[in-house]
Design a protein around this ligand. Structure first.
Ligand SMILES: Nc1ncnc2c1ncn2[C@@H]1O[C@H](COP(=O)(O)OP(=O)(O)OP(=O)(O)O)[C@@H](O)[C@H]1O
Length: 233
């Protein structure tokens, strides 16, 4: 699934001030790649992910995902697009506390027209044995596995991960990166990862750097390192 972002601008009004969250952002993400988005706080990383995933609208430019033009979609089409194509993973897991592991993942399954098998997904993320536990009974790493399973079971074409290891220690964080790489290799899912951790960039096929709403650098790693080799910052 190729993602083509062309000259995209997005602003937020904050009182009398206009914040340019994205300034003429352009990039191309090729199928089946792992891409990291680096940059200081407020540089526009989440905004970029949100416009690519159809969560947010933008003022000008175009975004095409698998030849579909997000800029010209009605809200209902954008919702359909999100359901069918995108899986979202956040730093804070966002699990429903009153539902078990399996029930949380079921929420993702019900959104999809073409979901993966529940047992297989639970096994793939290593949570089959804990499928009847509640989120409070799990470690942070386990909760993130459930969040990944909830996104993965939709069988999305791409996973959009906003600081997926931000709340985790090095050891657990690397296990989550290993799982994301496994998903990328097993299902061919394109994985976009926002991170403040420069070291994570080394395991990506492509690295995007942002500053003040602009994409200031894009480069490919010829030989991405394994998640276990990431220098943790
Ligand atoms: N809903 C909003 N309303 C007003 N301003 C916003 C909103 N969302 C983001 N912004 C502003 O847009 C700019 C880009 O924000 P964004 O969250 O995309 O940055 P970021 O690089 O992801 O930051 P962080 O690493 O801190 O999460 C910032 O100046 C932010 O304050």
């Amino acid at each position: 699934m190729t993602i083509i972002v062309n000259d995209v601008n997005k602003t937020y009004a904050s009182g009398e001030v206009t914040i340019h969250a994205l300034r003429n952002a352009s990039l191309k993400v090729y199928d089946h790649k792992i891409v990291t988005i680096l940059g200081p706080s407020g540089s526009g990383k989440s905004t970029l992910l949100n416009v690519i995933g159809g969560i947010d609208r933008f003022e000008s430019g175009t975004i095409k995902v698998a030849s579909q033009d997000l800029s010209s979609m009605k809200d209902s089409d954008l919702t359909e697009f999100r359901r069918n194509y995108a899986g979202f993973i956040f730093q804070q897991y966002n699990l429903i506390p009153t539902l078990t592991v399996e029930e949380n993942i079921e929420v993702g399954r019900e959104l999809s027209k073409n979901p993966l098998d529940m047992k297989d997904t639970l096994e793939k993320v290593g949570m089959y044995d804990k499928k009847d536990k509640f989120p409070y009974q799990l470690s942070g790493g386990e909760q993130q596995r459930v969040a990944i399973a909830r996104a993965l079971i939709k069988n999305p074409k791409f996973l959009l991960c906003d600081e997926p290891t931000g709340a985790l220690d090095e050891n657990t964080g690397k296990k989550i990166l290993r799982l994301l790489k496994f998903v990328n290799e097993t299902y061919g899912t394109t994985v976009l990862i926002i991170t403040h951790n420069q070291g994570i960039g080394e395991m990506a096929h492509t690295v995007i750097k942002m500053s003040s709403g602009e994409i200031v650098e894009t480069y490919d790693n010829v030989s991405p390192i394994e998640p276990e080799q990431v220098k943790w910052a």
